[in-house]
Design a protein around this ligand. Sequence first.
Ligand code: PEP
Ligand code: MN
Length: 357
Amino acid sequence: MNHPIIIAGPCSAETQEQVRSAAGQLKDFRLPQIAGGGRISFFRCGIWKPRTRPGMFEGVGEAGLPWLTAIQEELGLPVCTEVASAHHVELVLKAGLQAVWIGARTTANPFLVEEIAKALEGTSLHVFVKNPISPDLNLWIGAVQRVLRYGPQHVYAIHRGFSDYHLGQLRNAPLWRVAIEFKVQMPEIPLLCDPSHLSGDTAFISELAQRALDLNFDGLMLEVHPRPCEALCDARQQLDPDSFKDLMCSLSWRRSSPSDDSLSEEKIIIDAIRTRIDVLDDDLVDILAQRMSLVDQIGQVKKRGGIGIIQIERWNTVSSRTRNLAAAKGLDDAFIEEVYKAIHQQSIRRQEKIIRE
Ligand code: PEP
Ligand code: MN
C-alpha cells in the first residue's frame, strides 16, 4: 500500500522538555503493518494557539520555535506547526521548519488565507489546510486553491469536523459526506483526518480513525502528549505515546492500490460509490433517530395533557409537505408516501408505548 501520512505530536508546545519527550517517544515508531515504512511523517506542535474564548493558554509563541528546530535537527523528525498570518510563515521559514498547517478558524477567512498563501510563494514547505469550522465545502476548496495558486509543491487537506451548536458526543460533527465531496472535487490533494479534534475525547478516536481509513483517507493527524492529564489545552483528546502506538498497530490500514489484479476498474468505482452511500445511510439513520426522539417528547406531552395520539390534520400536513419536497427532488410520489407511512406508523407505536407506560 502507499505509505500513509501520519502526523503526531502534542496540541501545543508547553515546555522544551515536554516537546522533546513527545518527539523522542515518537521518532522511532514504525507501523508494523507496512513493510519498510509507516513512520511519523511530521511531528505536530502548535505554538500560536487559536482559542475560541479569551483567557486560556494561547501558546508559547515565538519562544517555542527553537525547541521545534531542535526536534528537526537533533531527532531528524520534520516538524509541522500552525500558522495564522504571513508573519507566522516568515518566522517558521526563518526557523527552518518543514511544514505548516492552516487551522480551521483561519481557513474560514479568505483574507488571511490569501496573505498566508502569498507568504508561502516559492517555499518548499508542506502545507496542510484544515477544513473551515463551518461545513462550507467551497470555503475549504477555495482555501486550498488560494494556496495552490502560489505554487507550493506539497499541499494537503485535513478533515477535523465542523462546529455544531447542537452538540452530540463528539466535539465536532464529522459530516463525512463533506470530506468525501472534497475528495471527489480535489482528487489530487491528499486528504488526512484529525480524529483528535473531531472527537474531543480519546474514547472515540479509534472508531473515527478506522472510519477515515475505511473511507480511503491518505493519513491521520493525532494529538499525542507525554502526560495528557497535565496538558494545558485539549487534554481529553490527547493520547499518551503508548496509547498512540497501540492505536496505530490496532487499526486496519486500507488496501490502496487499484493495480491489485483482483480489482477491476468497475469494482473500484462501485466500492467508492458504496462508501459514499454508507456515509449517507449513517446520516439517514441518525436523522431518523433524532426524529423519533422528538416524537417521544411529543408523546410525553400528550400523555401529561391527556391528548390523543393520532391527529389526522397534522399527518395530512406532514404527508403533503414531504411529498412536495420529494417531487421537487425528482423522487417518486408513491415511494415517498410509503416511506412516510412507515415513519408515521412507527411514531404512533412509540407514542402508544409511552402513553401505556
Ligand atoms: C490544532 O490542530 O491544534 C487546532 C487548533 O486545530 P483546529 O484548527 O482544527 O481547531
Ligand atoms: Mn488541539
